[in-house]
Design a protein around this ligand. Structure first.
Ligand SMILES: [Zn+2]
Length: 120
């Protein structure tokens, strides 16, 4: 058995490219050694608290959650990408549910209005 695959994943994990000058830098460096730009570390998974915040906002203020979808769906971290797709799924579910409930509400309202004359 050869471990070529192992070797390549290891080097891929240890070196990332600067988001600004694209030179290779070590994965966890906060600043690029070449151009000095601050790196957004995309490999750190989201904390549970952060996920709860994102999902809560997604449910309560449906379309705003799409902000995190666009922010994370191209992320190199699986965790952030999963969060992005969950956010998308929840947003669609909430919008469909809202439309369904409001359609039902207006149907109920118009039924109520047509029944008013019967009261007099
Ligand atoms: Zn750089």
């Amino acid at each position: 058995m050869f471990c070529v695959g192992d070797y390549s994943t290891k080097t891929a994990l240890n070196n990332v490219k600067c988001q600004f000058c694209h030179k290779e830098i070590t994965q966890n460096s906060l600043y690029c050694a070449f151009c000095g730009q601050k790196q957004e570390n995309t490999n750190i998974p989201l904390s549970t608290a952060e996920k709860i915040k994102i999902y809560t906002i997604t449910v309560l203020l449906a379309p705003i959650g799409l902000y995190w979808f666009f922010k994370y769906y191209k992320s190199t971290s699986n965790d952030k990408r999963n969060t992005a797709y969950w956010v998308l799924g929840i947003t669609i579910a909430v919008i469909v549910l809202t439309l369904y409930i409001s359609a039902d509400f207006y149907r109920g309202l118009s039924l109520y209005e047509t029944s008013i004359p019967n009261l007099y």
